[in-house]
Ligand binder design. Sequence first.
Ligand code: UDP
Ligand code: MG
Length: 152
Amino acid sequence: MVVGGPGSGKGVLCRRLVDECDVSHVSCGDLLRSEVEADTPLGREVAGIMLRGELVSSALIVTLLRRRMRSFGGRRLLLDGFPRSRDNAIDFEAQCGRPELALHLVCDEEKMLERILRRAQTEGRADDTRKAAVRRIAVYRQQSEPTLEWLR
Ligand code: UDP
Ligand code: MG
């Protein structure tokens, strides 16, 4: 598991680990974005939530994640951007088992915002607006301590 605020470098770190350590990677944000792009019923349900920078329900992301993990046949996986809340962690453990290791990326909020606004110019993610980014950072500030406590 790799956790850290929005724009803290989770994706960048995970891509390096994939290249250098022969491990597979699932980005939970990408998992959700592909549902939105495919315009599935689930995607339609989560699109607005993501645009506002809120978290989708824990049951939903864990179900999606479990389905994806099954397709890797029980191999070791890097989960990028999960868990986002203590509920996420508890639901994950109940459905998928105990995680092996968690990495926590520490980053200043100003730095996160700066990086999100910078990548907005190249990546074009719908939720990389200032308003959504500020909300995502606030949600992270609220949820991270109980989540980290569980992971510790
Ligand atoms: N998200 C969520 N639960 C998760 C992972 C992602 O609700 O476990 C949603 C949430 O709305 C978040 C968005 O997906 O703002 C994008 O997540 P991602 O990890 O891609 O964003 P990052 O933190 O890397 O900017
Ligand atoms: Mg990411």
